[in-house]
Design a protein around this ligand. Structure first.
Ligand SMILES: *[C@@H]1O[C@H](CO)[C@@H](O)[C@H](O)[C@H]1NC(C)=O
Ligand SMILES: *[C@@H]1O[C@H](CO)[C@@H](O)[C@H](O)[C@H]1NC(C)=O
Length: 476
């Protein structure tokens, strides 16, 4: 069955398409499940998933970007706040009104709302297409984070967002809380389409783990002007066919997990001020101190002595923790500096940027995920937690209003509001690791179960009927 008269859809993101997974999944579903030709209009930057790149039905159009201003031009900020959207508007209009073939339907990500919503509204009118908004969050609450809630820009932005938001022929949103807000205060009827992991986020096999750890071995064990519990004594040969990694052993062709491996905790962050990374750092320091106190270790005991024992095979009641922090962003270096100054006995940090293919494997190889996402509107959910569940990884997440639409406390994860609470949770879960940590194992089962629903079925159940309805209405 072909949808619409043109058999085309256009996905619009005023952002880096590689970092807009949900819009990539829309594109994949439009191609696979609605058999449409799909044009993506977005900015470049990071690579999208290979399934998107390779699909013959998906065509990516990368727009020219607004040049970044040198920081010295701060005084021009109000001017730039007006000029930049104007420039973006013209480029965007050029692409969606003329450059891409006329689609049956535009699906646009909100935020950013300015000038995207207006541009897509105009284009849909010009080309007689359906206009659908996918509400990931509110643009005005994000703007309020950078310019302050009482700024006049925020009020104007909200007015604009609401006005053009109401003009769409259909709306999707990410939580019931957001659906409620849109219905009550904006007069917009939206369908909830929860983020669900796509097929490539799945639990990792032992062989996949071993191969991943071989690929990452250099980054994990190579001393980067730090010495810590993880790289102490490690001699990395940087080969892709190691017999032994920090976590795995290859014995007679079989991969085994090492019993004195560190517990692997993964967090992905965009290193922006709205994700307070210091919570995680402080919790790590507390874990280190509290474990030492419980084990009655004298402060004067040198780290090296403990590290020596560990590399000789000694196991303690509490494991070493290796935090792998993935992501790119403005505050990365600041925190890397802070991390280097910490003197920790049992905790180590690595920051990395992984390919879209390795990231799911890492999640599937980890023992716990930590999510520091707090929502500007309180109405959206962290997609990274969805991905973690897809890989069977339980999470500790920052508590806020609607997070319970996703994290089921004591079933598939835990919530925290302070670094001390997070440190308690780490101690509780990792005590007895790796063989006798029942609390962690229970959460793992819960995460597997939570992650078993998939994006394609969610999309088929909620997005496809909406699309079919509005697109066929447009044919009459
Ligand atoms: C690409 O899209 C087609 C539909 O045109 C679909 O049948 C196919 O499964 C997709 N291929 C991949 C690799 O996703
Ligand atoms: C889409 O929305 C526009 C503006 O609200 C409206 O004029 C048009 O009739 C709608 N199209 C369909 C098919 O509902």
């Amino acid at each position: 069955m072909k949808m619409g008269k043109r058999g085309r859809a256009c996905v619009v993101v005023l952002g880096d398409i590689g970092r807009s997974p949900r819009m990539q999944y829309h594109a994949l579903s439009l191609a696979r499940q609605a058999s449409l030709q799909v044009d993506i209009v977005a900015y470049g930057g990071s690579e999208p998933h290979i399934a998107v790149l390779e699909n013959q039905s998906i065509h990516i159009h990368k727009m020219k970007q607004w040049l970044t201003m040198p920081p010295g031009l701060k005084v021009l900020k109000p001017l730039i706040l007006i000029l930049k959207p104007l420039f973006q508007l013209l480029v965007l209009l050029w692409y969606i009104c003329f450059k891409v073939p006329a689609p049956d339907v535009f699906i646009v990500q909100n935020p950013p709302s300015v000038p995207t919503l207006m541009a897509v509204k105009w284009a849909s009118w010009l080309r007689n297409s359906i206009f659908i908004i996918d509400w990931h969050n509110f643009g005005y609450t994000l703007l309020a984070l950078s310019v302050g809630r009482n700024s006049r820009f925020v009020a104007v932005y909200r007015w604009f967002e609401r006005r053009y938001g109401k003009m769409a022929n259909g709306s999707l949103c990410v939580t019931r809380a957001m659906q409620h807000e849109l219905a009550e205060n904006w007069g917009i009827k939206a369908t909830v389409l929860y983020d669900q992991p796509p097929e490539f986020f799945h639990p990792t096999s032992l062989e996949e783990k071993h191969q991943l750890f071989c690929r990452l071995d250099k980054q994990m064990t190579q001393p980067q002007d730090v010495r810590d519990c993880v790289n102490y004594g490690a001699l990395s040969v940087g080969s892709h066919n190691l017999k032994e990694t920090l976590f795995t052993n290859l014995v007679d062709g079989h991969v085994l997990l090492r019993s004195n491996r560190p517990a692997l905790v993964v967090s992905s962050t965009s290193w922006t001020p709205d994700e307070d990374f210091s919570i995680l750092l402080e919790a790590a320091v507390m874990y280190d101190r509290r474990v030492a106190a419980i084990l009655n270790e004298d402060d004067s005991v040198k780290e090296e002595i403990i590290w020596n024992d560990i590399s000789a095979g000694k196991r303690y009641l509490y494991p070493r923790l290796l935090f792998i922090i993935t992501g790119k962003g403005p505050e990365k270096e600041k925190y890397e500096k802070k991390i280097r100054r910490l003197k920790l006995k049992r905790v180590a940090f690595r920051t990395m940027w992984l390919t879209a293919e390795d990231y799911p494997l890492l999640l599937g190889s980890a023992d716990l995920g930590v999510c520091l996402h707090t929502s500007s509107s309180g109405l959206d959910l962290p997609m990274k937690v969805v991905d973690m569940f897809g890989c069977g990884l339980p999470v500790c997440a920052v508590a806020y209003s609607c997070i319970k639409e996703l994290v089921n406390v004591d079933k598939n994860g835990l919530l925290f509001s302070s670094s001390s609470e997070l440190a308690d949770e780490l101690m509780m879960m990792f005590k007895g690791f790796p063989d006798e940590c029942h609390a962690l194992n229970l959460l793992k089962d819960g995460a597997l179960e939570a992650g078993s629903s998939r994006w394609s079925s969610e999309w088929e159940e909620h997005a496809l009927p909406l699309l079919t309805k509005v697109v066929s209405a447009n044919l009459r």
